[in-house]
Design a protein around this ligand. Structure first.
Ligand SMILES: NC(=O)c1ccc[n+]([C@@H]2O[C@H](COP(=O)([O-])OP(=O)(O)OC[C@H]3O[C@@H](n4cnc5c(N)ncnc54)[C@H](OP(=O)(O)O)[C@@H]3O)[C@@H](O)[C@H]2O)c1
Length: 260
């Protein structure tokens, strides 16, 4: 393992990453990429069995027990705190990936109460997991060298409104984190994916016609691979990205504001 600080590269202990939403889709690919890179990983989600199965599969692939599962609902203070509490005393967290989220609005709003529910569910489901987990873990983060990467979405630039609005809230929050944490040698960045089909994100909406329509929204005319998102997160979390902070990296096959 290596860490770069002020241009110097030093050998350090095995790094530790926390990846929220690490049992499925993009988060799982991020966890697998870290584990393959020799990083210890804590994956977090609400479904304990799924988490345990994903951790076991990744560990089998890398041939060593790198990945550990912690079940928690990150919309809740206790859930976020329990993740921080699961880290061994004295161990620094080198990497925090705020990946948990999704469009959790219950559907088109039929009335004013529905409008409220749509906003509240997406703020709770996307803003709170990132913000609460970051605040819970921040005291444990490596200084210097800590890395925070938050996964938002192309939706933050073009909607849909309540999901995109919730993801967009994480952009100025990340900018402020980057400024506040720069003196401590911690970076904070955003990765904003476009259409990535190899996930649970689209649920029952996914079918060949839906896929073709989504793919056609970018000039590459395809969906992104979860590994393509993970590769950028790994770079942002790596030792050579110490001067890269406060940025929003879009990975979307060239889609711009919904125009292919
Ligand atoms: N797929 C895309 O096209 C796409 C595009 C742009 C952005 N994104 C973003 O990418 C991120 C990863 O999503 P994905 O596409 O990989 O979909 P996914 O397979 O549905 O992954 C979302 C993960 O987040 C976890 N999660 C959700 N709410 C949570 C909570 N309150 N507490 C703890 N864990 C929670 C889920 O596990 P549990 O349900 O077990 O908790 C699940 O493992 C999300 O933030 C999503 O908004 C996805």
């Amino acid at each position: 393992m290596f860490r770069v600080h002020a241009g110097r590269v030093a050998r350090v202990m095995t790094r530790l990453a926390i990846v929220s939403g690490g049992a499925t889709g993009i988060g799982r690919a991020i966890a697998a990429a870290f584990a393959a890179d020799g990083v210890d990983v804590v994956i977090v989600g609400r479904r304990a069995e799924l988490l345990a199965a994903s951790a076991e599969e990744i560990n089998e692939t890398v041939g060593t027990p790198r990945v550990r599962a912690v079940s928690a609902d990150l919309r809740e203070v206790d859930g976020a705190a329990s993740v921080a509490a699961s880290v061994s005393a004295g161990r620094a967290v080198d990497i925090l990936v705020n990946n948990a989220g999704g469009n959790v609005a219950p559907g088109p709003a039929a009335d004013l109460q529905g409008v409220r529910e749509s906003w509240m569910s997406n703020v709770e489901g996307n803003v709170l997991p990132a913000v609460l987990l970051t605040h819970a873990v921040l005291p444990l983060m490596a200084r210097p060298g800590g890395r925070i990467v938050t996964v938002t979405s192309i939706a933050a630039f073009r909607g849909p409104a309540t999901y995109g609005g919730a993801k967009a809230a994480l952009h100025p929050w990340t900018a402020e984190l980057a400024v506040q944490l720069a003196p401590e040698g911690i970076t904070a960045n955003v990765v904003a994916p476009g259409y990535v089909p190899g996930t649970e994100f689209y649920g029952e909406r996914m079918n060949p016609e839906f896929h073709a329509g989504r793919a056609a929204q970018n000039p590459m005319n395809r969906g992104g691979e979860v590994e393509e998102i993970a590769a950028t997160v790994v770079h942002l979390a790596g030792p050579h990205a110490g001067f890269l902070t406060g940025q929003i990296i879009q990975i979307n096959g060239g889609a711009l504001l919904g125009r292919g």
